[in-house]
Structure formats: C-alpha cells, structure tokens
Design a protein around this ligand. Structure first.
Ligand code: G
Ligand code: G
Ligand code: MN
Ligand code: NA
Length: 250
C-alpha cells in the first residue's frame, strides 16, 4: 500500500512528471490549451495512475506538496509555449481548502513568468461540497489574480446545477461519459445540448472531453462546444513533444 513516505520519496527522487493533452478550438482546430496530467513512474511498481494515487495522497495530505509540484512544473513548462496557449491544471479539493493556496498560485506564476491569463485551474464538484464558503472565497481570490477556473467532470456529481449559480466558473468541461453515451442514446444528445444552454446562460464556455470519433466532434461543433479534447485529436504528450508541437503550430 502507498504511504506518505512514498510520496515524499517520489518528489525527492523526481519520479513524477507531467504529460500534456492538447485542447482545440472547435471553430478553427487550433490548439488553445493543454491539460497537464500527472504521471508517477515508480521504481518498483511501474507507472501508477493518478486515479489510484491521488485519492491516497488526499487522505495523507501529501497532495499539498505533490499538487504544489504540479502547479510549479506546469507553469514553468507552459511558459516556454507560444503565448496563445493556456495550461490547465487539475486541483484537488484538499489543495483548494489549504489557506496558502492562492499565495502558492501567485508564487508559481511569478517564478515562471507565466501570464495569469494563461493558467486555468480545473476543479471538481468535490471542491464545493467540502466547505462551500472556503471554496467560494478561494475561487474569487484566484479569479482576481487573473487565473481562470473550469468545473471539471461536469454532470457526474449530484448537484452540479446549484453550483453554477453560486460559483463564477469561466468554463465547464463536460465529462466523457456523456460524450460516449451520445452515439448510443438520442437522449444523451439532448442532455449535452441542455448543458451547453445552461453554461452559456451563465456566461461560461464549454469544453467537451473524451472525444474519440469524428462523428462526436462533428455533433459537438454543431451543438456549439467552444473547445474539444480527446484521443481523436491527441493523446497526452510528454513535455518536450508538447512544446515542439505547439511551436510548429504557432
Ligand atoms: O490522466 P489520467 O486519465 O490517468 O487521469 C486520471 C484522473 O486523475 C483524472 O480524474 C484526472 O483529473 C486526475 N489527475 C490527473 N493529473 C492530476 C493532477 O495533477 N492533480 C489532480 N488532483 N488530479 C489529477
Ligand atoms: O477527470 P479528468 O477530466 O481530468 O480526466 C482526464 C483524463 O481523461 C486523462 O487521464 C486523459 O488521459 C483521459 N482522456 C482524455 N481524452 C480521452 C479520450 O478521448 N478517451 C478516454 N477514454 N480518456 C481520455
Ligand atoms: Mn481534468
Ligand atoms: Na473530466
């Protein structure tokens, strides 16, 4: 079983890395952002999925230093990209509840020279369920820095709609489970259309995640997603590969 010491070793031995998945403008096909995704190459266990180790790191609080590493690394690596491209970083509810989080984000921006407008933080509903007042305060503070906020995995929680009226998100990311269901059920398409209407009503843009087929991409462009992300366009790329791709495109 993973323990606190494993996370500390992973940080000191540089076993973590970030890969970057391109996110495209639905209108032009240009890459507008990349989502940073954490990878752990463990010396004996091999590659461990964040889906497995992030929940453990949340329980042990090690997500605080690990998340700080993610934030600093993503800002530093993205500072080398063409400046039209944002970097999107997943933030755990445990990080957002930490009193020093805003200062940490400001410090990561400062140290890297990345413009605040090029950083987006992806939060899940779990963030809001812990302590809504603290989360609300953090989100307001982060947006005041010029950072944008996305609500990730939209639709998979159980009270997404109420959050939209209390929290100022810049964007919602529709979870890939809805995209997958689209080809099987007509009703899913109706649901996705409605999610767009709601987001637009609140002035939020929509990113559709997990797009794997041309058909899905076409339907989402018709529905009006602003941005598209998925294996159809690109798998997550190693940092150097992402940087060269972005420089070629620019
Ligand atoms: O990249 P992958 O599909 O293996 O990611 C699995 C899960 O881990 C996703 O829910 C993703 O949001 C989450 N995840 C990936 N990278 C990070 C990270 O840096 N921080 C946090 N908190 N979650 C991450
Ligand atoms: O929870 P979150 O949305 O952050 O999850 C991101 C995860 O989704 C990453 O691990 C990434 O590898 C995965 N992912 C990205 N695009 C696709 C896709 O087209 N299909 C599938 N199955 N997974 C995807
Ligand atoms: Mn995400
Ligand atoms: Na998601």
């Amino acid at each position: 079983d993973l323990q606190s010491a494993d996370f500390r070793t992973a940080l000191s031995e540089e076993e973590f890395s970030l890969v970057y998945q391109p996110i495209l403008s639905a209108a032009t096909g240009a890459i507008t952002a990349c989502e940073a995704l954490l990878r752990w190459d463990h010396p004996s266990l091999g590659s461990i999925s964040p889906a497995l180790f992030v929940p453990v790191a949340e329980r042990t609080q090690d997500i605080i230093p690990v998340g700080a590493w993610v934030l600093e690394t993503a800002c530093r690596e993205a500072a080398a990209w063409p400046d039209i491209c944002r970097v999107s970083v997943n933030v755990s509810p445990v990080q957002l509840q930490e009193p020093g989080f805003e200062a940490r984000v400001a410090a990561a921006l400062d140290a890297s020279g990345l413009a605040p407008g090029r950083l987006e933080l992806e939060l899940t509903e779990g963030v809001l369920m812990r302590d809504a007042a603290v989360a609300l305060g953090s989100i307001v503070g982060l947006r005041a820095l010029g950072v944008s906020i996305a609500l990730d995995d939209f639709g998979t929680g159980f009270s997404s709609l109420g959050y939209l009226q209390s929290f100022a998100f810049d964007r919602i990311k529709i979870d890939r489970s809805f995209i997958r269901a689209m080809s099987e059920r007509r009703e899913s398409r109706f649901l996705i259309r409605t999610m767009h209407d709601i987001a637009h009503h609140f002035g939020m843009a929509v990113t559709a995640e997990g797009i794997e087929t041309e058909d899905e991409a076409r339907i989402l462009r018709e529905i009006g997603s602003a941005e598209l992300q998925g294996f159809l366009f690109s798998r997550p790329l190693a940092s150097a590969a992402a940087t060269s791709l972005l420089r070629e495109e620019a």
